[in-house]
Each structure stands twice: as structure tokens, then as C-alpha cells.
Design a protein around this ligand. Structure first.
Ligand SMILES: C[S@@+](CC[C@H](N)C(=O)[O-])C[C@H]1O[C@@H](n2cnc3c(N)ncnc32)[C@H](O)[C@@H]1O
Length: 248
């Protein structure tokens, strides 16, 4: 059984509190298989902004080769007064409990507390292969987090932006559209689905999209465009969907 299939079927993983759509692991796995086995890029590190209790983080960790470090950046308990749009309430206690019992390499997981507005001044490595943005959903934070992701993602790396299509958090869409108007960018969107928008670096975008397409054909819907960028619409073929593989 593959690592992600095993993760999806673990009762302890199912019980982790969070908001991840159950098809997201398939897209992440498809990208990781391409990035690691075909593109043969050196994996830099993994980061989630807004790790909460670790639901999506555990998926990101599962595809990150050992012993590469995985960082979780959140306000956690101590800084909730800065959670200005009440987008979930991160808990370091719950996060550590979950990753300690479920992650494949709990020792390489590094939780850091802070407001993402301060992320450039943190101890993070500022270079990532895999980065999820799911902290504050205000327009200003989205602007800041997306720009940070743009500046720190490695060539061919994957950025996952949450709630792009969620009407409860229109600031995410509002800022993303502004960001796409800016020609001074390294990244572009390639896949939309499961309440997420997935980006990679411009030079690697068309090969990455083809690679994901070929790995999860059962998820594919039509091609669309977003501000002129060709974006694959992905949908969920069923929640027991087929995650192809994952080696350790
Ligand atoms: C919607 S939850 C994240 C869900 C998580 N990614 C999952 O897979 O279930 C949002 C998280 O962002 C954190 N957060 C809110 N504002 C933040 C900010 N300004 N900087 C960093 N984290 C923030 C919250 O504490 C909360 O844990």
C-alpha cells in the first residue's frame, strides 16, 4: 500500500481536525512523483502557513523525502489575538500530538509561531519545494503570503493556495487576481480544484501540468483560463480516488 493511501485510511488521520478536501492528496502526490522521480530536483524544504492541527501538513510531510525539514508556521495558541479574520484556531499542542503519532519523520517537523506578516524575519530557510498558504484569508495577508511564496519557491516547486473559490473569503480571490496582473512574477496557476489554486514556476508550468494530467487523469475536467493562464479544472472522481504511489 502506498504511503498516501495508508495515510488516508488511518483512523488517527481521519480524526485530525481540519478543512482539507479528500482529493487534495492525489494532486500533491502526482506533483511529488513528477518532481522527485522525473524532474529529479533536489527537494529543498516544505512549509505550510496556517498549519492548524496538521491535516494538510501531514500530506505535505508524507510526500517530502526524509530527512528534508518540514516547517509549520501558525499563530498557534499564543498569538490568536492576531487572528483578525478568525480563520481557524491553530493549536501547537494538537499539531504536535498529531504529527508525533502520524508523520513518517516527526523529528524533522518544525513548528514556528508568528504572524505571516513577519515571516521574512523568521528562522525559516526561505527556500521551498512545497508550500501551502492557508493562514489568514484577508486580502492583505494573501498578498503578502503569495509574494513570499513567489520569491521563495524552487524551480518546479508547488504552491497550494487555499480558499481561492470560497465565497466566505473573497479577499483571497481579490488579491490573487491583482497578483496575476503583476508581470513581475515567477509563478503562474496551473490547476484549480478542491477549493485550492495550485501554482508553479512559469518556466516549468506546462510540463508540470502535463505531468499532473497524466498521473491523475480520472480527476481532469476541462481546461480553462485565469487572467490568460491556462488552468486545468480538477474535480473529485470519488473519495477513494487513486493516489498512485509514494515511496519513503
Ligand atoms: C483554516 S486554518 C488552516 C487549516 C489547515 N491548513 C488544514 O489543513 O486543516 C487557518 C490557520 O491559520 C492560522 N492563522 C490565522 N491567521 C494567521 C496569520 N496572520 N499568520 C499565520 N497563521 C495564521 C490560524 O491559527 C489557523 O490555524
Amino acid at each position: 500500500m502506498t504511503r498516501l493511501l495508508a495515510l488516508n485510511e488511518l483512523d488517527s488521520f481521519k480524526q485530525v481536525n481540519g478543512w482539507m478536501h479528500s482529493s487534495v492528496p492525489c494532486a500533491v502526490d502526482a506533483w511529488a512523483d513528477y518532481y522527485i522521480n522525473e524532474l529529479k530536483e533536489n527537494f529543498s524544504s516544505t512549509l505550510e502557513i496556517g498549519a492548524h492541527h496538521g491535516k494538510l501538513f501531514l500530506v505535505l510531510e508524507a510526500v517530502t523525502p526524509l530527512p528534508i525539514e518540514c516547517y509549520a508556521y501558525d499563530l498557534f495558541e499564543d498569538l490568536q489575538s492576531l487572528n483578525i479574520d478568525s480563520s481557524g484556531k491553530g493549536s501547537k499542542v494538537n499539531f504536535i500530538e498529531n504529527v508525533s503519532s502520524i508523520a513518517k519523520g516527526p523529528d524533522r517537523l518544525i513548528p514556528i509561531h508568528g504572524d505571516s506578516f513577519s515571516i521574512r524575519h523568521s528562522q525559516l530557510p526561505h527556500r521551498y519545494s512545497l508550500l501551502s498558504i492557508d493562514g489568514s484569508h484577508t486580502r492583505e495577508h494573501t498578498c503578502f503570503d503569495l509574494q513570499y511564496a513567489n520569491d521563495t519557491i524552487s524551480p518546479g516547486g508547488l504552491i497550494i493556495l487555499d480558499d481561492f473559490t470560497n465565497p466566505h473569503w473573497l479577499g483571497v480571490m481579490e488579491d490573487t487576481l491583482d497578483f496575476l496582473d503583476n508581470s513581475n512574477r515567477r509563478i503562474k496557476p496551473i490547476l484549480a480544484g478542491y477549493n485550492k489554486l495550485f501554482f508553479t514556476t512559469i518556466s516549468q508550468a506546462s510540463t508540470t501540468l502535463k505531468a499532473i494530467d497524466s498521473r491523475i487523469p480520472q480527476h481532469l475536467n476541462r481546461l480553462s483560463t485565469l487572467k490568460g493562464h491556462v488552468v486545468r479544472c480538477a474535480f473529485s472522481p470519488g473519495h477513494s480516488a487513486i493516489c498512485s504511489r509514494l515511496s519513503d
